[in-house]
Write a protein that binds this ligand. Sequence first.
Ligand code: NAD
Ligand code: MN
Length: 497
Amino acid sequence: MSTLTRADWEARAKALKIEGRALIHGEHCDAVSGETFDCISPVDGRFLTTVASCDAADAELAVRDARATFESGVWSRMTPVERKKIMIRFADLMDAHAEELALLETLDMGKPISDALGVDVPGASRAIRWSGEAIDKIYDEVAATPHNELGLVTREPVGVVAAIVPWNFPMIMTCWKLGPALATGNSVIVKPSEKSPLTAIRMAQLALEAGIPAGVLNILPGFGHTVGKALALHMDVDTLVFTGSTKIAKQLMIYAGESNMKRVWLEAGGKSANIVFADAPNLQDAAEAAAAAICFNQGEMCTAGSRLLVERSIKDQFMPMVLEAMKGWKAGYALEPATKVGALVDGGHLNTVLSYIEAGHADKAKLLCGGKRVLEETGGVYVEPTIFDDAHNDMRIAKEEIFGPVLTVIPFDTTEEAIAIANDSIYGLAAAIWTSNLSKAHLAAKALRVGSMWVNQYDGGDMTAPFGGFKQSGNGRDKSLHAFDKYTELKATWIKL
Ligand code: NAD
Ligand code: MN
């Protein structure tokens, strides 16, 4: 626990030196075009820095350098045990700079400072450390060959990886890609979101300090339709890994098809169902989890529990408990350590969230709490946690990903109906069920078409378990050893003895 006060964070924010330039081959550089964009904090509207606005020319330089670095073997052919040491040093440096990284993250994208420090930094450094620790413990295979032949099944790094990442967990999403990509020996180009470029740049400086050779990790800040598109269309990027919206994920598959058929791995949106049955072991726990599931990180969560499905027989008892739990999740100034719901990422996103609240009213869902912009006097972008009750699954607030603290409550009568509603979504990222019936829990868990399934809890997980989606929530998985598959090609070598 940090003992820093709001005043301490303010003072540090004033003294903070912020780097907004790209990083190619270990050197900071402006965009080739000289273009920049302003980085404005959603916490209070303060100007943070200008950021290099990279485009195709910068992508060309970075890919060429990443390729040359890969071919040189300086990282790709380093022994796993050496790569491991350097990655652990990188993770240690992130932890040593936790307060600085957390402050950058909060200023850049608005999340509560206590979460940035308590969740984002340790989550990011753990992804790097875990992947580094794993790499000298993974073996390749020998096939079941005749005695005069030898069949080897080996993994090789793919080469040049481009990682395009979102703004909701900028460090963690980046490190879920960087951990396995770097551990397996690739060269990586990160394209952070234009809404949150700052921590990626700072982390790359720490990676260099840890001993990751120049050219292995390059950072190209800029917009999706410029530098993001250029990377996705580049003929010499071997693998593209992405976290972001389903709309852009689909576009990236098109870019790959139009260019070099680069491998494309996508972690996309969600509209996850949190299903509370009448036989839940503890309704109080379920109510608190339901509130946290939509309020944590301002609801800017791919796995937000944005559809709360409640068995009708307990609904009148349960919803007042949820409302009570929501009172613990007030929007507050993001640099105040007690704040649990910070600023939305920017004014454009605020308008999107407010337009969904209007859609809820228009569809005649029942507003139970929230619904308005707040704390305007701070100069920041804040919205009240909001609940719509008595909704139907065909309303826009039940179908579309809002990516804000707006909860849609849908009643149901039977287990079959609950599963059908939950599965009636283009998404399949996650779901939770609350029940004390063991068979029901297992059967429902199997029936729900999602990549992450929670029973009597919401949002469990760790680096040890794969994370990703079914359906239009994406393909491939981040985290766990399964993620290493995305960053390696399998080779079969057949030898006559
Ligand atoms: P987004 O799709 O708008 O942007 C994601 C990234 O793609 C950004 O870096 C952006 O600049 C880039 N981009 C945009 N257009 C592009 C183009 N034409 N070519 C190449 N790159 C382009 O998403 P966002 O608003 O940053 O993030 C929110 C989304 O991310 C939500 O849908 C959320 O569910 C999803 N998300 C998913 C996961 C997961 O693991 N499944 C985790 C976090 C967030
Ligand atoms: Mn920002």
